[in-house]
Design a protein around this ligand. Structure first.
Ligand code: DC
Length: 224
């Protein structure tokens, strides 16, 4: 049976960077489940679906196909045949994904796709419910945490570096992060919680290199 690594935690804990590096080192497939929720958010935004109306959402989802392709080691997400990968990382899409991922119909749409990728491949999958719902029998599970103020500063520095701050301040970014954390961890369906058997890693005080070393050594104990 292929190996699977579940990597859960709130936004800004460095899951994506970590997962990509580990996937490279171990030659595992990296699966970014947040990108799938973001892709559906792009669809809801562009179709003007009333996201306050669960029935309207269910109807809209009937016409949607989401596909994942891995091209040159990068995951790309297609919605109804269109590559939407370049549109996933705006603040508008982040917010919409956090709101629409609360719905059972949205989660159900993506669950089979996520599980199917772990059937034939060694995977490292990051998200919010990988260890609890998507891959409850994962080979090893991690739950990354970091203080909200540390995550906000990381995000702020990233936006400055990319020249994409556009009016945001450290305070507004931290407020958004806290709001998203609250929504993600208090929703009824598949909330963000640590699986009982997940290893918690607080990344607040660790450098990326320290995090990677710690996680790789724990994985090596489990898969060798
Ligand atoms: O990891 P991310 O920031 O790209 O995720 C975007 C949103 O999708 C996030 O607010 C919560 C949601 N999400 C989820 O509900 N379950 C997952 N497995 C991954 C993401």
């Amino acid at each position: 049976m292929p190996y699977s690594i579940a990597l859960d935690g709130p936004a800004g804990t460095g899951k994506t960077t970590m997962a990509k590096l580990i996937a490279d080192k171990l030659d595992f497939l990296y699966v970014d489940t947040g990108a799938m929720y973001r892709a559906l958010a792009v669809y809801f935004l562009s179709s003007g679906t009333d996201t306050g109306d669960e029935k309207a959402m269910e109807e809209a989802l009937r016409d949607v196909t989401v596909e994942i392709k891995h091209e040159n080691g990068e995951q790309r997400v297609y919605v109804n045949g269109d590559d939407v990968t370049a549109r996933l990382r705006t603040e508008e899409v982040s917010k919409m994904a956090s709101v629409t991922s609360q719905y059972a119909a949205v989660r159900g749409k993506l669950l089979d796709l996520q599980r199917s990728l772990a059937i034939d491949n060694d995977v490292i999958m990051d998200g919010r419910d990988i260890g609890t719902v998507v891959l409850p029998n994962a080979t090893i599970k991690f739950f990354l945490t970091a203080k909200p103020e540390v995550r906000a500063l990381r995000r702020y520095n990233q936006l400055v570096e990319q020249g994409k701050l556009s009016g945001a301040t450290l305070e507004t970014i931290e407020a958004e992060i806290r709001e998203r954390d609250y929504r993600d961890s208090h929703r009824k369906n598949a909330p963000l919680i640590k699986a009982d058997d997940a290893i918690e890693v607080d990344t607040s005080e660790l450098s990326l290199e320290e995090e990677i070393n710690q996680i790789i050594s724990l994985i090596s104990e489990r898969i060798n």
